[in-house]
Write a protein that binds this ligand. Sequence first.
Ligand code: 5CA
Length: 445
Amino acid sequence: MRLTRYFLPVLKENPAEAQIVSHRYMLRAGMIKQQAAGIYSWLPLGLRVLRRIEQIVNEEQERAGHIPLLMPTLQSADLWRESGRYDDYGEEMLRIKDRGGRELLYGPTNEEMITDIFRAHVTSYKSLPLTLYHIQWKFRDEMRPRFGVMRGREFLMKDGYNFDIDQDAALHAYNRHMVSYLRTYERMGLTAIPMRAASGPIGGDNTHEFLVLAQTGESEVFYDDRVTALKLGSRAIDYGNRAQVAEVCREFTTLYARTDETHDAAVFDTVPEAHRKVGRGIEVGQIFYFGTMYSAAMGALVVNDKGEKVPVEMGSHGIGVSRLLGAIIEASHDDKGIIWPEGVTPFPVGIVNLKQGDVAADAACEGLYKALSLCGLEALYDDRDERAGAKFATMDLIGLPWRITVGPRGLANGVVEVTSRRTGVSEEMTPEAAVARVAAIYQAN
Ligand code: 5CA
């Protein structure tokens, strides 16, 4: 993408309404535009990151054997009356009437609708296990929408629902989600700690939230800091292997890690003092096991292997897809701007032409652009007729992890400069070596 042809409405000033760094940088980098309280347009750069995050979520869900579908944003109120949640959900639910006076709502979550789909088509244990998920916009009329995409009213969520024949199978689904979420967050460059939590309006008594530690997080968290060193890494996971998956969950949930809702001071006191930490965190996901709560109320029954009709065992599992952009920026930035992890960056690399219009510099930039593209890497080429300082400031703000800088002086010696946004370290090398260097980094990711 050439910057002169792109739509990147960067702001020079800090927007007054942004209280936290991620919101500030998302506005300044031209990623989002507020349309109403807690409701945003996704501008091209923001949309690119959102799509990257969706792609990682999809890949990891499908790897775990979960099946995508797509349910609508609008739901019928009657479905929610069946579960009893229509009245319970309160003012957070946006209730709508169509021209015929029929009551609809903009879905805040989809337990009822997925249960309705299930009961219409599945009658036997032979069709189980089954986990269906979608990535769809939700609406919650939050009392205090704030911090940009972090607490929106309209927000993008991945929500998945498992259907199993008995509790053991449903708990395996719960564990499978936990492990797939750990891998999802790691691929985004995040450490998200599973913490025992409270279930709120979703219900059930087995639930974990995934928290990214950040001073600006809305949740107070209490943890043994050794939990932050745990990594899934590239170990092979067989999602069908109940014992292996359960063992990974045990590894990640044994050390003390709880939100204020479930914090127990007496248990926390048993953590060695040097490791006892109190901090704040951003909730980027939550998993729930709630058994037959919805299936019993809504008549989602299956015949088991003894020929008995029983309510299907369920759980639901959510990832805050749009919130993740904010969480990643909170975890990865400096005073010049965002520092995207390679896994989610909107463009893998930026090209800065220090002297637009110089024949050699222009030709070298075009050559790099093409060579990168042949390696499958779409560069953002700053081909504006601007000062070097302004170009660097834009690149630093929008946070591409790698930058290739091209100028007449370097080219006279046959070199360009490759700079890491994270470390600030620059290295001179030939244009060919620069392409190979950047390509190798993304191959490893
Ligand atoms: N049905 C369940 C799981 S599918 C559910 O709705 N869970 S939830 O309420 O915990 O939401 C899942 C995730 O969505 C949260 O962990 C959070 O990351 C994200 N989320 C929730 N509310 C908001 C909001 N107002 N703005 C942005 N993200 C949100």
